[in-house]
Design a protein around this ligand. Structure first.
Ligand code: ATP
Length: 498
């Protein structure tokens, strides 16, 4: 497709979007749980009697993110380019998802947890924290399905709930938290440890190769892990689940996806005795409609905090695309971007593990310093790669969807979609772009209001149309950057990061 054709297709799409607008999401319907339960085909326990009452609570909605800009100096960046990392102070802007009218004190948290929060440098809750925490901490405990944009502080909301609910004098597992990758489980654990620093909480991992093989029983109160290993440890009675009070799914839409981790997650839930009253907490930046239905069955009678479709992406992430000639040209462009990729830190997302390895080997051979991470590497190697990247020892990480979700590294100011994510890569029977994965990928930058940029590589009509579909769904313009004008490219990017 020629450039002019593309431009006109693009204009038509933009005009169409403007004409039709973006549909609003319907308010959810809530069912009260009955006491007599029966297992259904999906593996859920449902009321045998018709639900006694249907209530229609309006969904809480998190307002659109704002545009307030505050630049702070940062020593994270050591660059030949004149670009600052801009740390957000959007917490004063009522339109921002980081804004809150309340203080942490008003949210009813224990003094030891307040100390932990302030020790982490948080001064005010974000919007999701302000809204979710009073609901999460109220008694009797109520389930929660919570949605808020990437990088807006969902982790603190569920970690504080786990730390509030567990009894530190009881040396038994009381809170289970599941995440889709070992990298994310390790990150969540570091938040539990930091926030619980002034408590006597004990923690344990349920991730591959982390427990001694002969471990008999875990005495820690909070267990964080991935569903396969969690299932294994519960089955082997290493983890006793008879005292569980809180069950958290981070990246819940992914954890409940029936073409993905859904079965394993459900298995964990069904291993917890039914008589036990536990609070189920589901958080994610995305909840596609088909998963939402499943989520409401998984976490019955939940309080819900939802976003509208046009609120899903944060505007501090500027989205670009580059029109490459073919696959080989994509590689050349990536290499030509290297100096920009290392202004801060960057994550390059590819479709296949072998592409990630191939690019990283080729770039390394050409004298660039890059690392690659994917699920085929063993546990120890994965840990050391992500740790080195977190510490800033590596500045460019080439990877797959394995770290598309949740990973929080503040210095990442650029994300490249070397390949646009597609639904069929997630086991779906569909040749459509995967908008959820796209949102999570670009959300690895622009954390908590910082500036970030994402660049999509398109190289043929198909990839071009995938990108257009994503643009339409999200209602945010993806801006073209010339591939043959390095100067313009630099200017545009530097401007976006300022
Ligand atoms: N109240 C706060 N004040 C300052 N920083 C905060 C606050 N809450 C969270 N943060 C920081 O914001 C960053 C993003 O938070 P977090 O990782 O919980 O986002 P998230 O909403 O879970 O994102 P994702 O959807 O990508 O998983 C973290 O570095 C975290 O320490």
């Amino acid at each position: 497709m020629g450039d002019m054709d593309k431009l006109s297709t693009r204009k038509t799409v933009l005009d169409a979007r403007k004409r039709h607008g973006v549909p609003k999401r319907q308010h959810p319907v809530f069912l009260l749980m009955s006491t007599t339960m029966e297992k259904d085909a999906d593996g859920f326990y449902n009321p045998v009697e018709p639900a006694p009452e249907t209530k229609d609570k309006p969904a809480e909605e998190v307002a659109k993110d704002g545009e307030t800009k505050t630049s702070l100096d940062s020593d994270l960046i050591n660059s030949t380019f004149d670009v600052n990392v801009t740390l957000a102070d959007q917490q004063g802007n009522p339109d921002s998802p980081l804004y809150s009218a309340k203080t942490f004190e008003e949210l009813g948290l224990h003094a030891d947890l307040l100390k932990g929060i302030y020790d982490m440098g948080f001064s005010k809750p974000s919007k999701i924290q302000e809204r979710a925490l009073p609901l999460l901490l109220s008694n009797p405990p109520t389930n929660m399905i919570g949605q808020s944009q990437s990088g807006t502080g969902k982790t603190a909301a569920f970690v504080l709930t786990m730390l509030t609910r567990v009894d530190f004098d009881l040396h038994k597992p009381q809170a289970l938290c599941l995440a889709p990758s070992r990298e994310l489980a390790r990150q969540i654990m570091s938040v539990v440890i930091q926030m619980g620093k002034f408590t006597s909480v004990q923690t344990e991992y349920a991730i591959k190769d982390n427990l001694p093989r002969d471990a008999t029983s875990v005495t820690a109160q909070i267990i964080v892990g991935t569903p396969g290993t969690m299932t294994d440890l519960i089955r082997r009675k290493v983890i006793d689940v008879t005292n569980i009070k809180v069950f958290v799914l981070d990246e819940a839409d992914n954890m409940l996806d029936q073409d993905g981790l859904g079965d394993q997650t459900l298995r964990v839930k069904n291993m917890i005795p039914r008589g036990i009253k536990m609070q189920i907490i589901l958080f994610s930046a995305t909840f596609p409609d088909n998963v939402r239905r499943f989520a409401s069955k998984f976490a019955t009678d939940a309080n819900k905090i939802e976003l509208r479709r046009n609120e899903l992406s944060v505007s501090n992430i500027r989205q670009f695309y580059m029109d490459c000639r073919d696959e080989e040209h994509k590689y050349d462009i990536l290499v030509s971007l290297y100096s920009l990729l290392t202004i801060g830190q960057s994550i390059i997302f590819c479709k296949h593990r072998h592409t990630a390895d191939r690019i990283s080997q080729k770039m390394t051979a050409e004298g660039h310093k890059v690392a690659s991470l994917h699920g085929a590497k063993d546990a120890t190697e994965r840990d050391s790669i992500i740790d080195a990247f977190r510490q800033g020892k590596d500045k460019v990480l080439i990877t797959t969807n394995v770290i598309a979700r949740g990973i929080d590294i503040l210095q990442v100011n650029m994300v490249v979609n070397y390949d646009i994510p597609l639904m069929n890569e997630r086991g779906k029977d569909s040749n459509e772009p995967d908008v959820e994965t796209y949102l999570h990928r670009i959300g690895r930058t622009g954390r908590f209001g910082r500036k970030g940029i994402s660049i999509n590589f398109v190289h043929d009509q198909k990839t071009w149309s995938y990108m257009n579909q994503i643009e339409q769904v999200l209602g945010k313009e993806i801006i073209r950057i010339e591939t043959n004008d390095l100067n313009e490219m630099e200017q545009k990017m530097k401007k976006a990061l300022k």
